[in-house]
Design a protein around this ligand. Structure first.
Ligand SMILES: Cc1cc2nc3c(=O)[nH]c(=O)nc-3n(C[C@H](O)[C@H](O)[C@H](O)COP(=O)(O)OP(=O)(O)OC[C@H]3O[C@@H](n4cnc5c(N)ncnc54)[C@H](O)[C@@H]3O)c2cc1C
Length: 488
């Protein structure tokens, strides 16, 4: 049966030596360098490439329109990069992942593909999709080969002495550093070009029906090419890395790399980032420049959340990491939620951050923590509503990091903020935006106030400049949250 269908597939296409027998199936790894699946596909003769556009699935996963647009633009750029390697990038539109296995089989049969290569992804739905594809392809004599390109270390290989997944970041990071010292991350070399194949492929759409397109100004903030990602990485390493530990918490400064959208869709790999940081730090993982160490630590937070997502499938299914926190009596407060979503809570740093998110598709990490903690503690609103809203608006929306960040802020996650340590958003604002420059940028109505007043303007000043009164009292709402958690 297997042999017959493969034979049929072969006879459907030309049997010339130029016919690609291998396919690289791109997903969240939209690059040609440090790309094990592409390298493997090209290793055994001619290869072609495929991306599957899945609008309904992306909707179900709350992908933001700005992220979908970034992805489509990145695909156009990937197509050009692949053309330099002589590889044609085809695309299919299939609404749901559940329909991919059958469609992939049909596609492989039509094009005489014998082997499909892809890089694994850690989420549950992604793994189910791949398992189903593996089985259906195998039934037709076609091989699906998974590679690792998403993380520095293969998920499932960083375990405690007793064989468990780490639930605490510091020992996890220590173990990662040990492993990376023992077996340094090796970059997969860029494949050599094959003679170009003139094969008709489906065009990559510029936009998808039903998805709004960001403004040209928004698009210009995030050029969707690998070369831009590398330029940005290089510039960050040259100008900011060594002071990162000092600058990273100040949202008015350009103190972080802003590489997250590129990492989320794989225009640059975590391994490429690590290599660049190590090169600037004499190869040291945990000594040398404090800035480089701090940045590598952040790459390891990314790693931590991916390994957790892989190890605890419940995280992909809206479950808290700490089961006892499933009983928190979250408030049903749609007006408060709407005020938070639109940046009208009357807490300036929260509102400025939310307006940055809505305008640019990105938010500074310190502000993600402040806004998430404000929603889950001061407003006592379920973290899942915040998690979904972030995904719906972030250009770097990423299940593992977003879920990890939300569960950290809500005190429901692995190694999360203790529930009694609630950020005071006004003190955070005074500490990390002392001159109120970030506030001034996103809340122009406060720009005329003295810097000190911007963090928490008096009631009469708010009325005068047209800025809302706070929707919640910070002190009593903090206590309400602590009581709700203490009651568990
Ligand atoms: C509530 C909340 C939600 C978040 N949602 C996302 C998300 O959807 N997608 C996302 O990529 N990050 C998310 N983060 C993590 C972090 O805020 C962003 O990765 C970071 O702000 C991106 O900016 P940067 O690229 O300049 O980071 P840099 O400071 O330059 O760090 C380099 C890279 O390390 C990784 N990284 C840095 N900090 C973290 C962190 N705390 N957790 C995990 N990875 C990290 C990112 O890939 C980042 O690009 C979230 C954090 C919180 C608190």
């Amino acid at each position: 049966m297997k042999r017959r269908s493969l034979q049929a597939a072969r006879t459907m296409t030309s049997s010339s030596r130029e016919t690609p027998r291998s396919l690289c199936w791109f997903r969240s790894d939209l690059r040609t360098e440090d790309q094990p699946a592409l390298a493997a596909a090209l290793q055994n003769g001619p290869a072609s490439a495929l991306f599957i556009i899945t609008p309904a699935q992306w909707q179900a996963h709350h992908d933001a329109p700005i992220k979908v647009d970034f992805r489509l633009r990145a695909l156009h750029s990937l197509k050009a990069d692949l053309a330099e390697l002589g590889v044609a990038l085809d695309c299919l539109v299939i609404d749901h992942w559940r329909d991919i296995p059958a469609a992939l089989v049909r596609y492989c049969q039509q094009h005489g593909i014998e082997q499909v290569h892809c890089n694994r992804e850690p989420g549950v739905n992604e793994r189910r999709r791949d398992r189903a594809c593996f089985t259906e392809l195998q039934n037709q004599g076609i091989t699906l080969v998974g590679h690792e390109a998403d993380t520095l270390l293969k998920p499932g290989t960083v375990k405690t002495g007793s064989g468990d997944y780490y639930r605490v970041f510091t020992p996890f990071a220590r173990r990662c550093r040990d492993l990376l010292r023992e077996r340094p991350y090796t970059l997969t070399p860029r494949p050599t070009a094959q003679p170009p194949l003139n094969r008709a492929v489906n065009p990559i759409p510029d936009a998808l029906p039903g998805w709004s397109v960001p403004t040209p100004e928004q698009q210009a903030l995030w050029p969707a090419t690998c070369s831009h990602a590398h330029h940005q990485l290089g510039q960050f390493i040259d100008t900011t890395l060594h002071g990162y530990d000092q600058t990273r918490d100040f949202p008015a400064r350009r103190g972080t790399s802003s590489l997250s959208p590129y990492l989320a869709l794989g225009l640059v790999s975590a391994g490429q980032c690590l290599h660049a940081a190590l090169q600037a730090n004499q190869g040291e993982l945990d000594s040398g420049s404090a800035g480089a160490r701090a940045w590598i630590n952040e790459l390891l937070w990314r790693e931590f959340y991916r390994h957790l997502l892989f190890g605890f499938p419940a995280l992909s299914m809206h479950q808290p990491m700490k089961p006892e926190t499933a009983g928190v009596a979250w408030r049903n407060a749609p007006d408060d939620l709407a005020a938070w979503q639109t940046g009208h809570t009357g807490i300036p740093v929260v509102d400025a951050a939310m307006r940055q998110l809505l305008a640019t598709g990105w938010m500074h990490n310190r502000l993600r923590m402040i806004t998430a903690m404000f929603l889950t503690k001061n407003l006592l609103i379920d973290w899942r509503l915040g998690e979904a809203f972030f995904m719906q608006h972030l250009i770097d929306g990423d299940l593992a990091s977003n879920n990890g960040g939300w569960q950290w802020s809500a005190s429901t996650g692995a190694d999360a903020a203790p529930y009694f340590r609630v950020f005071n958003p006004v003190s955070q604002s005074e500490k990390f935006d002392p001159e109120g420059r970030f506030l001034m940028k996103w809340l122009p109505e406060l720009a005329t106030l003295p810097a000190k007043q911007r963090h928490d303007p008096p009631a009469d000043v708010r009325n005068r400049v047209g800025y809302p009164q706070a929707i919640v009292d910070l002190k009593s709402s903090r206590q309400r949250a602590i009581d709700a958690f203490a009651a568990l």
